[in-house]
Design a protein around this ligand. Structure first.
Ligand SMILES: [Zn+2]
Length: 77
């Protein structure tokens, strides 16, 4: 019965290895979106043409401004 015991041990070892591999793959997959995040979009101020990251820009009617001041000035014209 020695061979069956050996086969069982090998099967369990393989299962553990397969599950471990799957776990690692899943883990790295979950980390990927954070790692490969797209670089931020750069937008141009409608008033002074300064380039700024989108999240820092002030958006008004589809136009980007570097500051509230420039938004105000542009809207006055
Ligand atoms: Zn500006």
């Amino acid at each position: 019965m020695g061979i069956f015991r050996l086969l069982t041990i090998l099967l369990i070892a393989w299962l553990v290895y397969a599950l471990y591999k799957r776990y690692i793959k899943k883990k790295s997959k979950n980390l990927q979106p954070r790692k490969n995040r797209k670089p931020e979009k750069i937008v141009k101020c409608e008033h002074c043409a300064t380039h700024i990251p989108e999240h820092e820009a002030i958006v008004d009617k589809g136009r980007y401004y570097c500051s509230e001041e420039h938004k105000r000035i542009s809207n006055q014209q």
